[in-house]
Every structure is written in C-alpha cells, then in structure tokens.
Design a protein around this ligand. Structure first.
Ligand code: ATP
Length: 514
C-alpha cells in the first residue's frame, strides 16, 4: 500500500507536471502558501465553480448571485466580529522555533488516536470476513471504545477551553498529552497566544488621509451588507438566498498541505435568509442538500462525513463541517452554519441603518435569520484532484497513472489523435476539432506512438481520446477510447459529439440533485 505521505507528494508533483498547480513566484523560490493555477488547473477550477453556481443559482429560483468587492468599509469587520475575534491560538516550539496552531496540534494528536481505531477495524474485518459487523465492533470492542472516548474527551476539553479563552488550559492539555514538536521532537513550548488572521492594507495615496483597510477574510460580509439592496431590487421573498464566489485572504499561522490551507484562496458561499425560528429546519435541509451535491460527483460516499462543531463561532447556534478524506485524512471541506441574526443585527447597530424584512404573511418586520453554506473552491479542487489520481496495475503487469476527474469537471473533454502524421489523417483530426470546439474544450496530439498518447491523456484527466486512422479515410469512422474503462468503440464521426455530451454535459449531472 502507498503510504499517505507518499500519495500526497505524488498529488503535488503530478499537479505540477500536468499543468494544474504551480507554486507562486517559483523562479524566486516561491511564496509560502500561495499558489497559481496553471492551464489545466484554471479549467478545472472554473468547472467546479460553474457546477456549484448552477446548482445554487440556476437550479433554485429563490437564490441569486452577486459579486461584491474585496475591499469593504473597515467598520464591516468590527460589526462582523473579525477585528476582535478572528484569532487562532498559536504556540511556538522554543527549540525548532517553529510556530503551530495549538488547536491543530491537538487535532493531529486526536487523528492519531482515530487512526488506531481504523487499524483495529481493518484487522477485525480481516479476521471475521463476511460476518464482520462494523457498527457493532465500534460500539462493543473495549479497546476501540476506549480510544473513541479518549478522542472525544480531548476534543471536548479543547473546545471548552477555547470557548472560555482559557489559553493556559490549552497549553496544559498539550503538555498532558505529551505532544512533541514534529520538527525538533521536543516538548519545549511557549505559552499559547491569540493571533489575528486578517491582512491589513491602506486605501488612498497620502499618509494622513489614508484609510486602514482589511483584505476580506470571508466573502459572506459582502452579502450581508447588500442584503436589503438585493432583496428590494430583486423583490425577493423570504426564504431566499444570495450566493457569491470570490477571493478571501487569511494570514494563516501555519500554512501547509499544499492548496488546502492558503493565505489567498477562493470561497463559494451562500447565505440563506429565513424567518426567525425556522433555522433548525433550514440548517438540516442545507446539510442534506450540500451533501447531495458532493455525492453527485461520484467520488464515493465513504469519503465524506459530517463533523458537528463542539466549539461554536461567535455568530452561530449550530454548525457542522462536511469533511472529505484527503490524502492526509478526513478534514474540513465545507462548513454549514446557522448564523442566527448575528450579522444583520450587528450591521444594523454599527451602521445605524435598518436591515429588516417586512413579511407580508406575518404582517411584521424582522431581522432575518441566516443559514450559510461555505465551501473553499481550492479545497474542493484538492478533493477532486487527489481523489482522481490513481495508479492501477494492468493485466499486462504495467502500471497506469490515471486522473479520474469526474467527466463534467475535466479540463479537456477529448483529445483528437491522428494515428500518423501524414496521409491526410491530421487534416481530418483538425476537422473534427473544429467541429467539436463549439461545445467542448478539445485538444490535438500527434506526438509519439498512440499508446503513449493514450497514457498521457489518462494522466492529464482527459475522458475521451478520438483516434483517426486509415479506415477513417474510407468510411468516416473513428475509434473513441474511454479513459476510465480503456474501452474502445468504432463509431461514425457524426456520432462523436453525442457520446461525449452524454458523459460531460452538466445538465446530466445536475439532474442527480433533483
Ligand atoms: P479551518 O478550520 O480549516 O481553518 P475554517 O473553519 O476557518 O477552516 P471557514 O471560515 O468556515 O473555515 O471557511 C469556509 C471554507 O473556506 C472552509 O470550509 C474551507 O473550505 C475554506 N477555507 C478556509 N480557510 C482556507 C484556507 N486558508 N485555504 C483554503 N481554503 C480555506
């Protein structure tokens, strides 16, 4: 079995080799936790964005989308609580001089305990074979129950200490668990301190008139401050949602794990405005809807799970993450938060402007409650990409590297390959491309033997290869090869478009959400 770390290294190097993700400013040795999306990465990202946008905005007649500015009036961040509370607890190791997030150190420790549970389950599954009942094993095996209780107790204590801002207890917990610095191996820790994650900047040219600003740490506030503008101009009736995709910036203490935790990233957020009191119902509905969206991509139900928050953010009365099984374990991919009337209520106070909705059915005005869904586009990219990258052993003993990106998201839908570079085959290949390019992103590839070209397209994630050969000259048929099954069909050139459309058309994927 490939070790987790090795798998992750492969993901990173494959992303570079096949033009998906590059380190930012690489010629200057890079900039920490900042990445550039390359020719294929930009397409994949665009397709994920579009799949989300259509599922949210186009498929729901009560959700509209906006595109607010990154700069916002600085009072926004006082009202939202970010100036006072958008902190992470940090701790330094005195020997390695490395800085960590205290909560992440503890969570990593818990993940190790959880890994022990997984190991026990795998061992038992092997021992008991078909008669193995995982649920029963998890609830009755004393060793496993012990691990689970231990993990839960640690998370509970950490949650409570962070909630109370009892940073001394967070440090005590790190010490009691005997957590060592992964670099120096020592337990020589500083105290835990709070660190604000917002990037500050200045607006205006002259020093005395310049205004202190922040780069937005989340896109949500651009939606809240526009709530009434959208509601009025769009004549929206509650319940309704406002969606947005855009950049957000956080000065993360420890940026690692490739594009999982960046300092500049993109969020896809939707704020759903509802009647006060209905938040439980809508929170449940949006948890379900969002999970359905993830599962529609066919990346395996076993790779997702919900994680309910112990520690609630200052604005929330309920919150859960959808976690995905990344190469480094289950981690947050998306958050679903019941934000109450915190944000709108707070903007009312700070701006002195009413942000209320007149509900004609109740004949009264109120500040709406909000349920938010918030997913990182880059994290979704990493989920898709890392899940897609597979190495499979073929019958002839060779290993094939294949990037099984869901066809609807694949950057290039088909590559057209003339078997050889003469006899009029390239001309027909170009004709096919000229015809298909109106509907799909297609590419041309004539270099190397056709088998090598197939492998290259497999590794780049292209779902179809269309090969033009001498028979094409006689009967206008081509071979169409499917990336995942490697099956080949002989079909008329005229049939190619429909075969591709059947698999890549977003409509066919969105239908799974109905
Ligand atoms: P974490 O606990 O991992 O720092 P968070 O709980 O602070 O994440 P939210 O504030 O809920 O994250 O942001 C919503 C989503 O934005 C997250 O689920 C994640 O997908 C994405 N996200 C947050 N921070 C980053 C980052 N530094 N880089 C990339 N994506 C991010």
């Amino acid at each position: 079995m490939v070790k987790q770390e090795d798998k992750f290294k492969k993901v990173i190097s494959h992303a570079k080799e096949y033009g998906y993700v590059f380190q930012s400013s690489e010629i200057y040795d890079g900039l920490s936790a900042v990445y550039d999306y390359a020719q294929n990465g930009a397409e994949l990202k665009k397709n994920i964005r579009e799949y989300w946008w259509k599922a949210m905005v186009q498929m729901n007649d009560n959700i509209v989308g906006i595109d607010a500015a990154i700069f916002m009036h600085p009072t926004t961040w006082k009202a939202s609580g970010h100036v006072d509370a958008f902190n992470d607890p940090l701790i330094d190791n005195k020997d390695s001089k490395k800085r960590y997030r205290a909560d992440v150190l503890i969570e990593d420790h818990v993940a190790k305990i959880e890994a022990k549970i997984d190991k026990e389950v795998a061992k038992a599954a092997k021992r008991f074979g078909d008669s193995f009942d995982k649920e029963q094993f998890l609830t009755t095996n004393p060793r496993v129950v012990g691990y689970a209780e231990k993990a839960a107790a640690i998370l509970k204590r950490m949650g409570q200490s962070l909630e109370k801002e009892d940073l001394a207890d967070v440090k005590a917990l790190i010490e009691e668990l005997g957590i060592v610095c992964p670099v120096s191996g020592s337990k020589n820790w500083t105290d835990v301190k709070q660190f604000n994650l917002m990037f500050g900047t200045k607006l205006g040219a002259s020093a005395d008139t310049a205004m202190e600003l922040y780069l937005r740490p989340e896109t949500a506030q651009g939606i809240f401050v526009n709530f009434l503008n959208v509601q009025k101009s769009g004549r929206m009736k509650i319940p309704f949602g406002i969606a947005q995709v855009g950049k957000a910036f956080r000065n993360e203490i420890v940026a690692r794990q490739f594009i999982f935790r960046q300092r500049e990233f993109e969020q896809m957020e939707m704020q759903f405005f509802i009647r006060p009191g209905s938040q439980k119902e809508w929170y449940g509905k949006w948890k379900e809807n969002r999970m359905k969206w993830h599962l529609s991509l066919g990346m395996g139900e076993e790779n997702y799970r919900f994680h309910d928050h112990e520690k609630l953010a200052h604005y929330a009365d309920a919150a859960a993450d959808i976690e995905f099984k990344f190469p480094f374990g289950f981690k947050e991919l998306e958050g679903i938060h019941s934000r109450t009337d915190f944000d709108l209520g707070s903007h009312e106070k700070f701006s002195g402007k009413k942000l209320q909705y007149f509900d004609p059915e109740l004949n009264e005005s109120y500040v709406p409650y909000v349920v938010e869904t918030s997913i990182g586009l880059d994290r979704m990219f990493l989920a898709v990409f890392s899940h897609a990258l597979q190495e499979e052993e073929l019958e002839n003993g060779t290993v094939r590297t294949v990037l099984r990106i869901p066809a609807v998201l694949a950057p290039t839908k088909a590559a057209v390959l003339p078997l050889i570079k003469r006899d009029g085959l390239p001309e027909i290949a170009h004709e096919i491309i000229d015809d298909l390019k109106w509907d799909f992103n297609v590419s041309y590839d004539e270099k190397d033997a056709v088998g090598r070209r197939y492998r290259r397209q497999d590794a780049a994630g292209t779902p179809f290869c269309i090969t033009v050969d001498h028979q094409t000259l006689e009967d206008r048929t081509v071979t169409i090869r499917h990336r995942d099954s490697m099956e080949q069909q002989r079909v008329a050139i005229d049939a190619v478009r429909n075969i591709i459309a059947e698999e890549v058309d977003m409509k066919n994927w969105l239908k799974k959400l109905a």
